[in-house]
Structures are given as structure tokens and as C-alpha cells.
Write a protein that binds this ligand. Sequence first.
Ligand code: COA
Ligand code: ZN
Length: 304
Amino acid sequence: MSAETVVVNDVGPRDGLQNQPRVLTPAQRLQLIEALVAAQVKHIEVGSFVSPKAVPAMAGTDELFAQLPAGDIEYSALIPNRKGYELAKLAGVRSMVLVVAASNTMNEKNIRMSTDDAMAVCAEVLSQARSDGLAMQACIATAWECPFEGAVDAGVVSGLAARLLEHGASRLVIADTIGAANPAQVRTLMQRLVNEVGAGKLTCHFHDTRAMGLANAYAALEAGIRRFDASIGGLGGCPFAPGATGNVATEDLVMMLSLMGFETGIDLDALIAAGQLAGELTSAATGGRASPWLRRNTHRFARH
Ligand code: COA
Ligand code: ZN
């Protein structure tokens, strides 16, 4: 029997770099993307189309899209509003992720709209994407806990999920933006959403702030989720969500999946090299708890 596939989408070039004290040039960002491509990562979030005043590190994402390595790779970009959609479309982006938070204060802080206004924008942009023939996912941020309002009710997430799909979102990313969820909460919400919308429509996005990133990924796997965001070197964090640290590291997630018998198609040796590059480029201490062990043991994962 062939192994079951899990899709791993590396959001390092976006989530990983948006909050770094060192702002990389588009050429350096491209270098990181090339390293991910060399590791056979087939889903990459390249950047975002947001205000360069709000997030200077993401300026020049349009330039990046013009230079991406060719191949069978889904390159996506995050957008917060209509302007982001127009700019991404102009840059030739075929796959976008529209972000809306589950809590009102987070929306006000992140995209300067109330949840109601953000949902109205979502409806409009999703309908436009549909008529333009572009794939548009929606990301529900702070799906378990908001840094300003605290615990988020699962019913709110479920309601937003249903409306976003009705408006035409191709899939949903359920994000623990600040890394506050625990595995029991992840299991409860993801089981509910799997029942309501189907696992095929769902991606989970975990931050590792409280060292529960991998445990949360495992809980989501058990609930049937087969798509995950992760960030190379565990870089990451949201400039507008106090206390958020890096995403679960792609290296750790791919290692766990591989040891559990799932197929990701990713070359761990080359992935570790990409993680080292991420550290060199950002001068940030990268995560990837298992990286030192992996560097000595990648032969165990060699594909035959
Ligand atoms: N891309 C680039 N520029 C944008 C933009 C976008 N998607 N949306 C708005 N702008 C520009 C406007 O043109 C305007 O520029 P100007 O000052 O040169 O005239 C400026 O941003 C302010 O526009 P306004 O509509 O008043 O936006 P705002 O001040 O309410 O800010 C956002 C809203 C969404 C643009 C801003 O908060 C933002 O980009 N946030 C980033 C969110 C983010 O990346 N979070 C992390 C990932 S979830
Ligand atoms: Zn994130």
C-alpha cells in the first residue's frame, strides 16, 4: 500500500520573514525560496501584498513573483483587502490567501477593519477572484485565542468558515496565530470543522509559542487534516499579534510525518540546508528543534 500524502505548505518566506528585525532584499527572499524548491517543497507562500508602511519586509513581493523558479509548484500570496487583491493579480499571482481574524479586535489591529467589514470585503474579493478564475483561500486567524480578546468560541470560527466557503473560498486555513491552542482544543475544533466542511477543504497553521506546535499538528492529523502550513527554520510571527513567535518548523513537521509513515515528497537533507540558509539570511536563531539530530541522521530518511 502506498503511503498517504500530507501537503506541507512552507510559509517561511511570508510569515517567517514579515516580522524579522532584518529586512531581506527580494534577491535574498528569492534565494530562500530557491532553497525550498531544491528541497522539493511544492507549496510555498511567497509573500504578502500589504501596505509596505505596515510591513516593510514584504515590500517587493511583486518583483519576487516575476522571478520564481518554474515548475509544478503552488506559489501563493497573502492579501488583506481589495487593494492587495488587485496588486497580486497584476503581479500574476494565481493562488491567494485572504486573511480575516475570528476576533474583532484582531481584525482592527491587523487589517484596520471590523470583522463585519472584513467579511463584506471577503465576499466581494472572493466573488471577483471567481470571475477572474483565480484560486482564493481564506485564512481564519486567531481561531483559538486572540491576544486582545482571549479565548475564541468555536461556533464563531465555524460560522466564519461556512460563510467564507459560501462566498467561494476554495479552501480554508485555520490559524493559531499566537500559538496558544492546546491539542485538546485543536482536536475539538478540527473534528467539528471536518464534520461540517470536510477535511479536504482545511489546512492547519500552528505557531510554536508554547512548544505545542507539533502536538497540535498531531491532534489535527488525528482529526483527519492532511494539509499544514509550516515555516522553514521555525521563523515567524505576526507584527500585529503581541506574543506570537515562530511557526512550527517545516523540518520538524516533515520529520514527524515521515516517521509516522506519511509521504510529503520533501527532501529532508535539502530542507535542512534551507533551514540553515534561513538562519544565515535573517541572523535569527532558527527553530527546528530536531535539526541538530536530523543533520546527523538524514540518511535514515533517504528515499530509495
Ligand atoms: N497593499 C499595499 N498597500 C496598501 C494595501 C495593500 N494591500 N492596502 C492599503 N494600502 C495602502 C494605501 O494605498 C495607503 O497608501 P498611502 O498611505 O501611500 O496612501 C495606505 O496603505 C493606507 O491605506 P488604508 O486603506 O487607509 O489602509 P489602512 O491604514 O487602514 O491599513 C492595511 C490597512 C491592511 C493596508 C494595513 O494595515 C496592512 O497592510 N496590514 C498588514 C497586515 C499584515 O500583513 N499582517 C500580517 C499577516 S496576517
Ligand atoms: Zn502565522
